[in-house]
Design a protein around this ligand. Structure first.
Ligand SMILES: Nc1ncnc2c1ncn2[C@@H]1O[C@H](COP(=O)(O)OP(=O)(O)OP(=O)(O)O)[C@@H](O)[C@H]1O
Ligand SMILES: [Mg+2]
Length: 305
């Protein structure tokens, strides 16, 4: 017994403890993004004069006054017309792109660069996975970069490959895989690094309906098992309603902002043929049409649902 301690009585009074207060919350306040200023950072070939290419570009904001709050473990969907700035927003949250005004915070700290707590899955698996590496090596890549020990890597990689349904294909190279399988490799690589937040930009956009549905189901089960926050862009309304807990709908660019937010009030798994869910999907469709047509006139950003 230590000096001065008479007995081992532990007294706890009015103790409070709340988990999740520093739980990877993403906050976007008054975010604006214009590309014109950064034109010199674009990659052009030697034979192209960037000033000529950029001459007719609108010198306006793509995103203007975007406000968002995404909590820990949330499955958050972004919908909007092509070119409204969905990828731009995800790239800013991923830390790949800077913004022009406003603030983007992760647990209250500004996002200024990519970080291990944020994993990104791109639409095009071909440009994201390495053709000279096997499935196993591709999935293992991020862990090697983080200097995770070999023995530990093995278990994590096996688990990630199993989770996405690629067991048995470990030794194959990307050119021996279908589009859906390559996308699974990308997802496995992302989850192997155990990010808290998965940023997914139309990850299933190029897949056939059947593969898409399978991967959607796998993603829901990964999300439920691993309790990740998922930010997911899609053009497919049914996919949005099948997957998301909340949907943010953009108005059209320029000056795109989040015109409408929708809560999806159904448990998983969802049956899209359920008449109630079909009606709900039509409602989301109508909201999307209205947001696109409003073109900057409606700004529901500050009145979050
Ligand atoms: N590097 C860049 N330089 C200049 N303009 C850009 C750049 N990247 C995107 N833009 C412009 O910003 C706007 C938004 O692009 P973004 O790719 O974010 O749209 P999106 O909503 O993801 O579209 P999609 O649904 O087609 O993928 C577009 O008008 C696009 O031309
Ligand atoms: Mg995009």
């Amino acid at each position: 017994m230590g000096k001065g301690i008479k007995n081992n009585k532990i007294v706890v009074r009015n103790l409070g403890k709340k988990y999740g207060e520093s739980g990877n919350k993403i906050t976007v306040n008054g975010l604006g993004k214009r590309y014109e200023k950064e034109k010199k950072s674009l990659l052009f070939s030697k034979n192209v004069n960037p000033d000529v290419i950029m001459k007719d570009r609108e010198d306006g904001f793509v995103l203007k006054d975007v406000n968002l709050e995404i909590g820990e473990g949330e499955f958050h969907i972004f919908l909007g017309a092509s070119g409204c700035g969905k990828s731009t927003l995800l790239n800013i949250i991923a830390g790949f792109l800077s913004h022009t005004e406003g603030e983007v915070l992760l647990d209250g700290k500004p996002i200024i660069k990519p970080g291990p707590e944020r994993g990104v899955v791109f639409q095009n698996a071909d440009s994201a996975i390495f053709p000279w590496m096997t499935v196993w090596k591709n999935v293992e890549y991020g862990l090697r970069m983080q200097h995770v020990k070999k023995q530990e890597r093995e278990g994590i990689v096996r688990n990630a490959i199993e989770l996405v349904g690629l067991a048995g294909h470990e030794k194959k190279y990307p050119q021996e895989l279908s589009g859906g399988m390559k996308q699974r490799v990308q997802i496995a690589r992302s989850i192997a690094s155990d990010p808290e937040i998965l940023i997914m930009d139309e990850p299933f956009g190029a897949l056939d309906a059947q593969t898409r549905r399978t991967l959607q189901d796998e993603l829901i089960s990964i999300w439920q098992k691993m309790k990740k926050t998922i930010l997911f862009v899609t053009h497919d309304l049914q996919e949005a309603v099948y997957l998301g807990q909340r949907i943010s709908i953009f108005s059209a660019a320029p000056d795109a902002h989040i015109a409408t937010r929708v809560e999806v009030p159904y448990d998983y798994p969802r049956d899209l043929n359920d008449p109630e869910i079909s009606d709900f999907t039509r409602l989301v469709h109508a909201s999307l049409d209205a947001a696109i047509n409003a073109h900057g006139e409606v700004n529901a950003d500050k009145s979050a649902v």
